[in-house]
Design a protein around this ligand. Structure first.
Ligand code: SF4
Length: 378
């Protein structure tokens, strides 16, 4: 293993910062991954990729990105799509407000002439674009010198500069942005930003930084001064995630089953799901489902057996979703606690954008060779 090198604060010496910038660019040119959004200069596509990459791994994003831009090759195509079409292409990627905001922002861009804004301030004005995405699109698509501060860059800079403040605090973030500013070249700002992001993703990883082979180790204080560079950045205290048990009804009326669209504005807004809801204290699965369906859709149902249960984790809570076979008994559905409802055939289920947990119920049933029909589980 190579020994430690002496790190020092490159912020105090502009020439040192410039050499670091050159090293980053040189490393990035040779080492960058060939990713589909790096093969285009189209600001719309770069914007789509940056929205998808928020909270999502690169490997997962590639397929979604390719399908999305194949279906909506221009901002006009996206602007004229229906919300269901957009959500369907986003299904499984999570954080669905990103898709809804991107769709709305595309409509705004088209209403203003169809050109994706080329300044940080105008980008920031669009729905779903925060400081990170505005800086990424402005620098990558338009070569504007705005430093990006995503989780990867934050980690690299905290370690290189031995920043021991909490990166969730505004003062620490300001310090990191100022450091990033010093690295912005007159041309190639997007490449410096992408180099730092790439470095964080592939070399200076959260738990196993490859310091011996890191291209910027000469500039890094953490590897020179700390026993364990992974002690930075300061980690937020672990929060326990609440867990809830939820029922979902696979409710049949003849050969069709009931789907309900979640209300706008809340969690998983606009997605179609098997209706149901949270189990209250002391309630059985069947009683919960009957109550929820009465409250949300004003119909009465008979409940059969539990067909499958799946565990699923969201950022702020975990759930166990129990899918119950059920049968319509009485009443015309009404949109009380749901945005819309439909009776659909089993074949049509694929046409609807559904939450991951509901889709996993279908996958589980298929894997177990369980045909989705009204005749089982009564
Ligand atoms: S990989 Fe090691 S040397 Fe490179 S920036 Fe991270 S902590 Fe520093």
């Amino acid at each position: 293993m190579k020994g430690k090198t002496t790190g020092s604060d490159w912020r105090v010496d502009r020439r040192r910062a410039r050499r670091l910038q050159q090293r980053l660019l040189q490393w990035y040119r040779v080492s960058r991954r060939d990713l589909p959004w790096r093969r285009t200069a189209d600001p719309y596509r770069i914007w789509v990729s940056e929205i998808m990459l928020q909270q999502t791994r690169v490997d997962t994003t590639v397929d979604y990105y390719e399908r999305f831009v194949a279906r909506f090759p221009t901002v006009e195509d996206l602007a004229t799509a229906t919300p269901d079409e957009v959500l369907k292409l986003w299904e499984g990627l999570g954080y669905y407000s990103r898709a809804r905001n991107l769709h709305q922002a595309a409509k705004d861009v088209v209403a203003r002439g169809g050109v994706v804004p080329d300044t940080y301030a105008e980008l920031l004005d669009l729905p779903g674009i925060g400081p990170y995405t505005a800086a990424a699109v402005a620098s990558i698509a338009y070569d504007r010198p705005h430093p990006v501060l995503d989780g990867n860059v934050q980690r690299v800079l905290c370690r290189m500069l031995r920043v021991e403040g909490d990166p969730r605090r505004a003062a620490t973030r300001q310090e990191l942005i100022a450091a990033g500013d010093l690295l912005m070249p007159s041309t190639g700002a997007g490449d410096v930003n992408q180099a730092l992001m790439e470095l964080g993703a592939r070399v200076c990883t959260p738990t196993k930084p490859d310091c011996p082979d890191c291209p910027v180790r000469r500039w890094c204080r953490a590897q020179a001064e700390l026993e364990d560079p992974t002690s930075l950045p300061l980690k937020p205290p672990r929060r326990t995630r609440p867990h809830v048990e939820v029922t979902a009804g696979i409710i049949w009326k003849g050969q069709r089953l009931l789907l309900a669209r979640r209300p706008p504005g809340g969690m998983l807004a606009g997605l179609w799901e098997f209706p149901g809801g949270k189990i209250e204290a002391g309630e059985t699965l069947a009683a919960c489902l009957q109550r929820e369906i009465r409250e949300e859709l004003a119909i009465d149902i008979d409940v059969g057996t539990c067909l499958a249960s799946v565990d699923h984790e969201y950022t702020h809570l975990s759930i166990t979703l129990h899918a119950l076979q059920a049968y319509w008994r009485d009443g015309e559905p009404q949109s009380i606690g749901v945005d819309a409802w439909k009776w659909v055939t089993v074949k049509q289920l694929d046409e609807y954008a559904m939450p991951r947990a509901d889709r996993r119920i279908l996958e589980r049933l298929a894997a177990e060779g369980h045909q989705l029909t009204p005749d089982t589980g009564a």
